[in-house]
Design a protein around this ligand. Sequence first.
Ligand code: CO
Length: 138
Amino acid sequence: MGMLQQIDHIGIAVKNLDETVAFYRQVMGLEVSSTEVFNGMKIAFLRVGDSELELLEDLTPDGTIARHVAQRGEGMQHVAYRVDNIEEALQDMRAKGIALIDERPRPGARKARVAFLHPKSTKGVLIEFVEPQSSSLP
Ligand code: CO
């Protein structure tokens, strides 16, 4: 079996988190599973089966999400795959010559450990690896 367990979430860059949450609740019938302010962003997760959407609004105009919205408009920003062991997953990518944005895991939303791969090495998609908090407990 491969190291990718499932799509953990799809990251979507938005201008206004509350308006976008209202759209997904009222039109798409999804429920918010958690919200937080993290790394200068307002974030909401909405569950869809075993996966989630991660809606991201930057609080400052110079953040990654704000720049994405300014340059490309609102929309899909990254795809996050859940992995068992993020160090092993990064080592595997490094061995295969994939450019890493994060050389080592860093804290992500919901206390997960995350790392991003560079889209120049991944056919244009910003890929995030996520090791959820629970699997890093002994
Ligand atoms: Co994400």
